[in-house]
Design a protein around this ligand. Sequence first.
Ligand code: HEM
Length: 228
Amino acid sequence: MADMILFGVFPYVAVALAVAVGCYRYFVDRYSWSSHSSQFLESRTLFWGSVPWHYAIMIILLAHFLAFLVPSGWGALLGRPLRLYFLEVTGMALGLSTLVAVILLMVRRATNERLLTVTSVVDWLVLASLLLQVATGVYIAFTLRWGSVWYLHTATPWLWSLVKLDPQVQYLAALPLVVKLHVVNAFVLIALFPFSRLVHIVSVPLSYLARPYQVVVWNLRRPGMEEK
Ligand code: HEM
């Protein structure tokens, strides 16, 4: 029964919440649709936390999605021991980078007074949830070997059953508690998405690639500059 609620009902609730509240916020309160950069309050630790975080998590999530979207191709890729080792070790290294990065980002907010004042309860919830997500992910990768392979026979068919609106929770039933926590927390993050700064994930400014370029001309004369 608990499995049915957690893996058969909660994912739909989380996605419905993300879409409904996300659309409402986008159309009714567009100005709030932002990551609300804090770079001008502190930039050095932000650089060492944010840059590794974004590169590593994007590659890890790409791997999660590929194993779900093209399971046969992913299985073929892992079919040779050398490739399997290479991908697993790369995943572990990237996972560790995300763990260090998210801890750095949390310490940055907790130890800087100006940042503390602009950090909301939802910000802390998101950071705690991200920490839990990457910590459980890294734990799984290090202790429950070849996750990239057993994912194909557990998470992939379960996720497809959700897409087909016919949840088959038995695919996850026998998995250890830590894996279940990792999966449920992924949907907690989806539920938190529309209430938080995470909305910036879907506001990549792609139109910038096609817009006419701008030329910035400085016309402030600094002391000591010669008149030509
Ligand atoms: C339904 C959703 C998800 C499932 C079924 C899932 C499953 C897994 C599995 C099986 C592993 C171990 C991979 C291995 O041993 O190589 C893993 C690792 C990991 N996951 Fe997830 N995951 C999900 C969502 C997420 C999300 C949303 C995030 C981040 C926001 C995330 C972050 C990580 C990280 C950082 C690792 C460790 C890196 C690695 O070795 O691959 N996961 N996940």
